[in-house]
Design a protein around this ligand. Structure first.
Ligand code: COA
Length: 434
C-alpha cells in the first residue's frame, strides 16, 4: 500500500483560481453525497462516449471512486460537472528486487464536456493534478491515454509500450507444451473468475516492471459482471493450476461467432500468469481451441513468448503501441527508486515546461546497480525534456532510439551507456487500462 492517500490532498489553488476567473468552480467531489456521485459518474460516462450509467453501475462506480480523489469543474448551480478527473497513489513496480516499487500518482477519468472543450479546462485539470502530486511528495505521475497527442505537453512520455496480438489460430499450427509442464487448465464460474484475476494479478505484478494493482470494479468488468455490459454473457474464464493446486494463471475471454461460418474469434479480455508454464498453458488453450479462427489480445508485454510458442510465427501479427505514460515530478527520488543493469556516471540536464522537475544532476550508478543523484552545475552529458526522461525511466524505451529521433541530446556513447544501464531483462508491461 502507498503511504500517501491522494484523498488528503486538497484541490490545487492555482487551477482553482484560474478556473474561477472563467466563472467555473473546481472542487473535490463528495462521493458520499448521492447527487454528486451520480453527476460525476454520468459526466465520466458521457466524456468517454459510454451510455448513461444505470443505478447499479453508479453504485459500483461510487464504490471505486470513493477510494480516489475526485475533482469536478462545475458551472454555477449545476449538479453535473463539465469536467472530471480522479487520482490515487498506487505502487508501480520498478526494476529491483521482487516487489520493488515507487509511489505513482495515477490519473484517470479525464473528461471535459463536449460543450466546454478547447478552452483550457483540461490543461487546468492536468496541471492541477501534477502540482497536487508534487506538493504531496509523490515522485512520478502516470496515466493511460485515449489519444497519444494529449499529454506530452504536460511532460508525460510514453514509457511502457505493449503489444496487440492477432493470431490466425489454424495457420499458427498449434502450440505443443513441454512434457515437463505440469499445469491443468480448468473452467471457472464468473464470481471465481473475479477472485482469480485479482489473485494472479496481485502476485504477477510484483515482478512486472511498470504494472500497478487492479481494483475490484476492474476485475468485475473483465469477468462481465457489470450491468449494461452487452458482451457479459459471452465472457468465460479459465485458470491454470500448478501441480500443488495453486492458481498460477487466469484468462478471461469472449467468443464471437463469425458470419456464415461455424467458427468464432476469441478475444482475450485479460490474460495474466505468474509462471512461464501457466502462460504457455493458457496460450495453448486459446490458440488450440477448436472452431476458433483468430485470437486477439492487447496489453501484452512486447516480449510475450507467443511467437515462439507457435509453429508458424507469421501467423502472429504483433502491433506495438504506446500504453503506460509517465511523468517524473522528482528526478532524484525517481532515479534512486530503481536499480540498474550497468554502472554509469553522467550529468543530466532536465527541462520541464511546468518547472517541477527542472535541474541538473550528477547520476552515479555503482556496480551494485544503485544510483546516487546529486545536484550539480557541471556541464551536462545528456540534455533532455522531462517527457523523454519519463519515457526512459523504466527501460521500456531505448535511449539510442530517442537520440536517433532527436528527442535527447547526447553522444552516441552516452546514449548507449544509458541504454545498457536502464534496460530491463524482461520488458516492462502494464496489463490494465486506468
Ligand atoms: C481530451 C480532452 C480532455 C481535452 O479537453 P479540453 O478542455 O478541450 O483541452 P484544453 O482546452 O485544456 O486543451 C489543452 C491543450 O490540449 C490540446 N488538446 C485538447 N484535446 C486534444 C486532443 N484530443 N488531441 C490533441 N490535443 C488536444 C489543445 O489543443 C491545447 O493545446 P495547447 O495548450 O498546446 O494549445 C477532451 O477533449 C475530452 O474530454 N475528450 C474525451 C475524453 C478523453 O479522451 N479524455 C482523455 C482520457 S485519457
Amino acid at each position: 500500500m502507498a503511504a500517501i492517500d491522494a484523498r488528503d490532498v486538497p484541490a490545487d489553488p492555482v487551477s482553482e483560481e484560474r478556473l474561477s476567473a472563467s466563472g467555473l468552480e473546481y472542487r473535490v467531489v463528495d462521493m458520499s453525497d448521492p447527487g454528486q456521485r451520480r453527476g460525476f459518474a454520468r459526466a465520466d460516462a458521457r466524456g468517454f462516449l459510454d451510455k448513461e450509467p444505470d443505478d447499479e453501475t453508479i453504485r459500483l462506480m461510487g464504490e471505486m471512486m470513493s477510494e480516489r480523489r475526485n475533482l469536478g469543474v462545475y458551472a454555477p448551480g449545476a449538479d453535473m460537472p463539465v469536467a472530471t478527473v480522479d487520482s490515487w497513489v498506487t505502487p508501480m513496480t520498478v526494476p529491483g528486487a521482487s516487489g520493488a516499487s515507487i509511489d505513482l500518482w495515477a490519473i484517470s477519468a479525464v473528461t471535459v464536456a463536449a460543450t466546454h472543450r478547447r478552452r483550457g479546462i483540461a490543461r487546468n485539470l492536468l496541471e492541477g493534478e501534477l502540482r497536487a502530486a508534487a506538493s504531496a511528495g509523490v515522485p512520478v505521475a502516470g496515466l493511460t491515454a485515449t489519444e497519444a497527442t494529449i499529454y506530452g505537453r504536460y511532460g508525460f512520455g510514453p514509457a511502457v509500450p505493449v503489444s496487440k496480438l492477432r493470431v490466425e489460430a489454424r495457420r499458427a499450427g498449434g502450440i505443443s507444451l513441454p512434457a515437463a509442464d505440469d499445469v491443468t487448465v480448468e473452467y471457472i464460474e464468473p464470481e471465481d473468475l473475479i477472485a482469480a484475476l485479482d489473485e494472479v494479478h496481485e502476485r504477477a505484478r510484483l515482478d512486472r516492471v511498470g504494472d500497478v494493482p487492479g481494483w475490484p470494479l476492474r476485475w468485475r468488468r473483465m469477468a462481465g459482471l457489470v450491468p449494461g455490459d452487452d458482451r457479459a454473457r459471452h465472457v468465460r474464464g479459465v485458470r491454470a493450476v500448478d501441480a500443488d493446486g495453486v492458481t498460477r494463471g487466469v484468462l478471461a475471454y469472449t467468443l464471437d461467432e463469425r458470419n456464415d461460418e461455424f467458427a468464432a474469434d476469441l478475444a482475450i479480455r485479460h490474460l495474466d500468469a505468474e509462471t512461464p508454464e501457466a502462460l504457455r498453458a493458457l496460450w495453448a488453450f486459446a490458440v488450440n481451441h477448436d472452431l476458433v479462427r483468430d485470437v486477439h489480445a492487447d496489453l501484452r508485454p512486447v516480449d510475450d513468448p507467443l511467437p515462439w510458442l507457435v509453429a508458424n510465427q507469421r501467423a502472429v501479427q504483433n502491433t506495438v503501441h504506446d500504453h503506460g505514460w509517465l511523468r517524473i515530478l522528482d528526478v532524484p527520488a525517481a532515479l534512486a527508486a530503481r536499480t540498474y543493469r550497468a554502472p554509469l556516471e553522467l550529468v543530466l540536464r532536465v527541462s520541464d515546461p511546468l518547472g517541477l522537475a527542472d535541474g541538473s544532476w550528477r547520476l552515479r550508478i555503482g556496480s551494485d546497480g544503485r544510483a546516487i543523484v546529486e545536484v550539480t552545475t557541471d556541464a551536462p552529458d545528456l540534455v533532455l525534456g522531462v517527457d523523454a526522461l519519463s519515457s526512459l525511466y523504466l527501460g521500456g524505451v531505448s535511449a539510442t532510439t530517442l537520440r536517433a529521433a532527436g528527442r535527447i541530446s547526447a553522444s552516441a556513447e552516452v546514449a548507449a551507456a544509458v541504454q545498457d544501464a536502464f534496460a530491463c531483462a524482461v520488458a516492462p508491461a502494464l496489463t490494465i487500462w486506468y
